[in-house]
Design a protein around this ligand. Structure first.
Ligand code: ADP
Ligand code: MG
Length: 490
């Protein structure tokens, strides 16, 4: 706030005036209303009976106007006389105060009925969520320490496998757990597809934060639950309890915020909570199934706040990560599956980790039911039912992609007529595998590489065979790729 434009005497007069108002307001609303809506307000100027108040957001201003206009009007007149008026300043995103609206007239009559809040009393705990987790919104004198974090203790960093797909988000999460609210990752927005590990990661951050900072209040809540709570509290006129509760949190984890999109009012209220927490140096962690920039229907003021911190994506787990996850899950469950079967499952179940787990369970069920050893044969049979794409044919394109993956070569490089050694080698191997595993003619294979003729294909295959005979390392690599190609076909 730019105080220079006001002289100091006037400012303290303003504060004094507001203090008097607060004294009156305090007697007319319950303590929670007072804390939520009046304490954050600052008096910035008092000139000719106009008291200028600074409020944290547009939403805050609208809320005051909607719910406390009468109380404020009467109070101002009592303190400043009949001509007393109010103006608001709203702190905008950049942090600079902004006059919007420039002036708000208070009701002129002193015959207004008493303010709605006069008879407000603390409500007993009413709200009960569908999963039967009670959240103590309306317990008077609630302390931050008493808030149940609603975390699942099984989601930890130790059992969250690190991979290329999640490295940035995971390491940002570990930083946050060490120093919640004080890193530049505030808010942290983790986004990615279903079953890619968003919930696990943000819960792990919550659990780790609590381990390192037992005095901090951490809360995990799904957006769905947040919306339901909000609707419930709106019905019962208990919005203050709701907002106040959330303002007590040090680390707020809100899962699946894309669900806010049709809920405009929830976005408003979340905006107010977000501002309060962020301004107070509290940590906010969000997840979304869509990149924040593509969240059409989310208010721009929220989206711009999401950009304040770090937006980190989680990708679908890659083959290596899938293998590691499977191995870890099996260790946890005390299960044993031969290595080639693990590879086979990791290769074929690609969509998400939940399905990966499902595949293992299906495999164990079959093995137990039929009293059979788990081997590749059984795995193939089970997978045939499990993987929707049933019998997959190996195509030249598939092989090309697998080889590119293996050697980290861009797909278009493989097709370009370059003589770069690693590209030439990858191309030869692809041609060799295509000849071995597809029914394509040599001519067709050549055409798949941007128009090589069949003699080039023959030459490539011979080169690969020769190298396999002479170079042990080369042979090992080739066999590894070959195994991947074989595994890809059921
Ligand atoms: P999302 O919230 O993105 O839909 P979840 O976090 O619920 O996904 O993950 C689905 C399942 O996959 C959970 O059981 C989770 O433990 C597991 N999972 C996902 N990613 C990993 C990982 N990197 N390491 C270990 N388990 C994982
Ligand atoms: Mg989730």
């Amino acid at each position: 706030m730019d105080k220079s434009q006001f002289n100091i005497n006037t400012l303290s007069e303003a504060e004094l005036g507001w203090e008097k108002c607060l004294g009156i307001i305090k007697d007319n609303v319950n303590w929670r209303t007072y804390q939520t809506w009046f304490e954050p307000v600052r008096a910035v100027a008092l000139t000719e009976n106009i008291l200028t108040l600074q409020v944290p957001s547009q939403f805050f201003y609208e809320w005051l106007e909607e719910h406390y206009v009468e109380l404020l009007g009467k109070t101002i007149k009592r303190v400043l006389g009949k001509e007393g008026r109010l103006e608001y300043r709203i702190i905008m995103e950049s942090g600079s105060p902004h006059r919007s609206p420039a002036s708000v007239n208070m009701p002129g009559s002193t015959h207004n009925k008493p303010a709605k809040e006069t008879n407000f009393v603390d409500m007993p705990l009413k709200w009960d969520d569908p999963h039967n987790i009670k959240t103590p919104y309306a317990i008077p004198g609630l302390k931050r320490m008493q808030i149940d974090p609603q975390l699942n203790a099984n989601y930890t960093f130790e059992n969250y496998v690190e991979g290329d797909c999640n490295r940035v988000a995971r390491s940002a999460g570990m930083h946050i757990a060490k120093k919640p609210g004080t890193t530049s990752f505030n808010p942290l927005v983790v986004y990615g597809g279903v079953g890619w590990g968003k919930t696990h990661l943000v819960q792990a951050i919550g659990n780790e934060t609590r381990r390192l900072h037992p005095n901090k209040s951490v809360l995990y809540v799904s957006a769905e639950k947040f919306i339901n709570q909000f609707i419930d509290h709106s019905k019962n006129n208990e919005i203050n309890d709701f907002i106040h509760f959330y303002q007590l949190i040090d680390v707020l984890i809100l899962d699946d915020i894309h669900l806010f999109i049709p809920a405009n009012k929830t976005q408003d209220v979340f905006f107010a909570i977000f501002n309060h927490l962020h301004q107070g140096g509290k940590q906010i962690i969000l997840t979304s199934d869509t990149p924040p920039k593509d969240l059409d229907g989310m208010q721009e003021r929220l989206l711009s706040r999401f950009r304040w911190g770090l937006n980190a994506d989680i990708q679908a787990p890659d083959f290596e990560t899938r293998q590691l996850i499977l191995q870890m899950k099996m260790r946890q469950e005390g299960l044993e599956i031969p290595d080639d079967v693990v590879k086979y499952i990791a290769y074929n179940v690609q969509s998400n980790v939940r399905e990966l787990e499902g595949a293992v369970i299906a495999l164990f069920a079959q093995a137990t039911l039929n009293r059979k050893e788990i081997d590749l044969e059984l795995a193939k049979r089970v997978m045939r039912n499990f993987v929707k794409t049933a019998i997959r044919e190996i195509t030249i394109e598939n092989i090309q992609k697998m080889v590119c993956d293996y050697y980290h070569i861009a797909y278009d490089k493989l097709l370009a007529k370059t003589r770069k050694r690693e590209v030439v080698q990858a191309r030869q191997i692809t041609m060799y595998l295509a000849k071995k595993f597809t029914k394509s003619s040599l001519k067709n294979i050549g055409e798949h590489f941007g128009g090589f003729d069949h003699t080039t294909v023959i030459h490539s295959c011979q080169t690969v065979e020769n190298l396999m005979d002479t170079d042990v390392e080369y042979k090992e690599h080739l066999l590894e790729i070959q195994q991947k190609v074989q595994l890809a076909s059921i």
